[in-house]
Every structure is written in C-alpha cells, then in structure tokens.
Design a protein around this ligand. Sequence first.
Ligand SMILES: [Zn+2]
Length: 314
Amino acid sequence: MNLYQMIKNTKDFAMLEKECKNGTLSQAILLQSKDGFYASEFAKLISMLILDNGNACGACENCKKVVANAHPDVKKYPLKDKLLVSDSEEIVAESFIKPIFADKKIFIVENFDNSTDSAQNKLLKTLEEPTKNVYLILTCSSFDMVLPTIRSRCQKISLEKLSEKEISTLKLDPLAVSIADGLVGKAIALSSKRNLEEVCENAVAVFCDLKHSKNVLAYAKKILDQKNDLPLTMEVMSFVIEDLIKIKSGKGELIKLPYREKYEACQGDYSVRALCEIALLLNKLSKEKLYNVNFTLAIENFLLNILEVKYLCK
Ligand SMILES: [Zn+2]
C-alpha cells in the first residue's frame, strides 16, 4: 500500500470526501499533526479531492499534476522557511485571479504555526470570506500557536496517527518505524539515517551495560560524540525505560525496540519504581538540553544517577 492509499483509508479523509461530494466542504481547513510531512501529503490529497470533484482518483490530469507538485492552481506556501506578511499579501492578491487549468484554486500553507501574528492576521479576511472556488488548507503542528481568530474561521482537523503496522508496509527500516511512533514522515527520515542503530545502541547501553562509575565518562563520551542526535538519543532512552517497565510488569510482548535479550539480562537491576525515577531524571535532562546548561556535566550526572538508583534498588 502506498501513502496516498493509506491516507484515503483514514477516517479523517473519509469525512472530507463525504463533505466534498455533498458540496459542504469548508473553504478553510486547518490540519494539525506533529508530522509535518504527513500533514503536507494529506493537504495534497485534499487538493486532489477538491479538483477532482470528490474523487482524488490519482489518474486524471488534475490529480497527476498535484502529485507531481506541478499543478498551476495549487500554490504552496511559505516561499521560504516561514510565512511572511509578503506571502500572505501574495495569497490575498492571487485569490482574486481566476484558476488557469482547473475550475478551482487552492492555497496550501504549511507550518502555519511558525508564522508571525501579522502574517497570520493578513489572511483573516480571505479565510472569513474566501473568493468563490478558492480553498485554503493550512497545516500546523499545534493549534495553540495559531491565532484564535484564525482557528475559529477554519474547519479544524487533528489528524490521527497511522499505525505502525500500516507504516511498516512502506518497507522502511523496522527500527525507524518503531521509534517514529506513528509519524510516517519521521519514519522515512529515520530510515535513511546511517547511524540510527548506533544511536539506539548507545542509548540502550546506558541502561543495560553500564555497571560501574569508572565507566561513566566513556559512556557519556559515546553519547556526546553524536552531538546532533542528542534529542533522538534521549527519545530512545525514554522508550528503553518504558520497555523495561513493560518487561518488569509482565507485559514483555508489548516492548517497542528490538533489544529483548539485553532487557532480559539487565531487568533484575531495576525496580519499577527506580525506572519511574529515572524517567523523571531523563525529563530533567531534556530540559537541561533545552536551556543549554553544561550538557557534558548534565549527561555524566544522569549516568551516575542511574547507577545510584540501581544501587539503592538492590
Ligand atoms: Zn483524479
């Protein structure tokens, strides 16, 4: 199954399809997803739906042009990394110009929550009273960062995640699929990451192989050597903690990462309470990363804390 087929099978899409066929589809749609890639592909499919009068067949000229990102009546914004006032002004002006190829015109504005208030404000009137046959599809990672006045003028859809099972039919790295947690764009990006396995193994080693404080510096160094991947490392660590808790509470069949043997070998070192405590410490570590404190020291402390919690557990 390809991604478009998967999107077509979602409840979110079925609802829009029905509205499109009934002629009740909103001209202003705000899609929310933590996965920017997915939201963007979803917006493309809605464009097909609109231009193909509720079908999104994938085979007609309108659909083919949308898939190839080459439809003259589907305009994508922002032009640079975030929507600027000049982009919004262009959208407003363009919305009054007749479509060229199809009988409708669509503006897709991605990452709308990254734009400034003034850029958002410029679109208010267009969203409130769009020109006939003009549609605006906005995507955001969170509704909260979109102005309430904009939100209230749009049909808001919080896109459901895809299941791991569905994503795995795309033939991606299974490790990437597990970590992506239902975010298909993330699964695709992680799949092409050459050091993914190494990052994961470093994160698992901290829990399963680190036994003595004299080794803390060496383990910390391995993690810090992959500096650009620190957020991912911490994310994987949180999955490891969850997995260990699952093993400890007899739900081993639900573990996420493929390190069962390692988990089984070290799970005796931890109590569930200790793991919960370590999860809190990991949370603190992520915040420290965010506020740019001396992260080398923070990581070393974190590893020492794991050893201490483990020791107290015994
Ligand atoms: Zn079509």
